[in-house]
Design a protein around this ligand. Structure first.
Ligand code: GLV
Ligand code: MG
Length: 361
């Protein structure tokens, strides 16, 4: 079970005003971001939700939609795109609306993935789902994003629907999937395109096809390349996400029966700093929740650093800028790193097993 506590990031912790630079939907120049008139709510810490495990659920399958509600994933995304056959898409919009309105999704972030803007389905996906179930929806996921303008277009459409329906303007977030070379090249502008943006999501299957990668096994290293073929892509996404204070999410691993291999692939993006990963099968959920949470020892250590630093900078602790915690010297940079780990642990519902005792004066 997870909590809905926001996950702090180092940058949001260091300055409340450092959150994403919103671009105006009416002037979508990525180089000159301006405040959005449509989405006054602003991005930032409230958008950083637990997303260790993001469960893909085909929107056309009522049985899967029912079952997903009882699974311990942090997020579900009900899919109108690739998991939904073209002939099933129209019906699936209504199946999803019913599932969102009538199901029990408590404890989960509720997302719908619509079709991308190069298709003719996108606007009706958004209008049908958000008009029908906007009150019970947290985010819309946009696949195959290639430019900031595509995010801005979705932002504008959401704003109109929210105004028409009397929903809070700006509450529904956007998740942007990076699934091709053009999207990766534009990822900084995409990450800054709207204050609604909550995550940048790597889509490895489409991405591998887009760059002609010589492998058919999603997430596995292509034969013939002696290093990590995904390192640049993951780091590029992570830098854009951290710059604009949104989350970085790794995509699917398709060999659903091989949980060890899932752990290995997930472990790589978790080590870099990614916040979570897609899961396609209940068997992958527990592994994702564990891998994208801090280890108990690291969580305890982070909480100790925060307590020790708070004490040493206080008057009682001598108002010092740095201090020793055991053999380790800690300062403001240690606090920022500790905040990230402690925040992820708290959001995962972890309990600390150690406590801080100030040294004798
Ligand atoms: C997900 O959408 C992917 O293409 O990997
Ligand atoms: Mg895809």
């Amino acid at each position: 079970m997870t909590t809905a506590a926001p996950v702090p990031s180092a940058s949001s912790a260091s300055s409340a005003s450092s959150s994403s630079s919103p671009a105006s939907p009416s002037s979508p120049s990525p180089s000159a971001p301006a405040p959005s008139p449509g989405t006054g709510a602003g991005a930032g810490a409230h958008r950083l939700r637990p997303r260790r495990s993001c469960l893909a659920v085909p929107g056309s399958n009522p049985r899967f939609l029912e079952k997903a509600q009882g699974l311990p994933a942090d997020q579900v995304f009900l899919d109108l795109e690739d998991a939904c056959a073209p002939l099933a898409k129209e019906g699936a919009r209504h199946t999803i609306v019913d599932a969102l309105n009538q199901g029990d999704w408590s404890g989960k972030t509720r997302v719908v993935r619509v079709n991308d803007w190069t298709t003719h389905w996108t606007y009706r996906d958004v209008v049908t789902v958000v008009e029908g179930a906007g009150a019970n929806l947290d985010c819309v996921m946009l696949p195959k994003v290639q430019s900031a303008e595509q995010v801005v277009a979705l932002d504008l459409l959401l704003t109109q629907i929210e105004k028409t329906m009397g929903f809070e303007v700006g509450r529904i977030g956007i998740e942007a999937q990076i699934e091709n070379a053009a999207g990766l090249v534009a990822v900084d502008a995409i990450a800054a395109a709207s204050p609604r943006l909550e995550t940048i999501v790597f889509g490895p299957a489409d991405f591998m096809a887009s760059i002609n990668m010589k492998s058919l096994v999603v997430g596995r290293q292509p034969p013939g390349y002696p290093a990590d073929a995904y390192h640049y892509i993951l780091m590029r996404i992570l830098m854009a996400a951290r710059t604009h204070d949104v989350q970085a999410i790794d995509g699917p691993f398709l060999q659903i029966r091989d949980v060890d291999a899932f752990r290995e692939v997930a472990g790589r993006s978790a080590a870099l700093g990614f916040d979570g990963k897609w899961v396609l099968h209940p068997g992958q959920i527990e592994a994702a929740n564990e891998i994208y949470s801090p280890a108990q020892e690291d969580y305890d250590h982070a909480e100790m650093i925060l307590d020790a630093y708070a004490w040493c900078t206080s008057e009682a602790g001598g108002a010092k800028g740095s201090a020793m915690l055991g053999d380790e010297m800690i300062d403001e940079a240690s606090r920022k790193m500790a905040l990230v780990v402690a925040g992820k642990g708290r959001a995962a519902g972890m309990t600390r097993t150690t406590s801080f005792t100030p040294p004798e004066a």
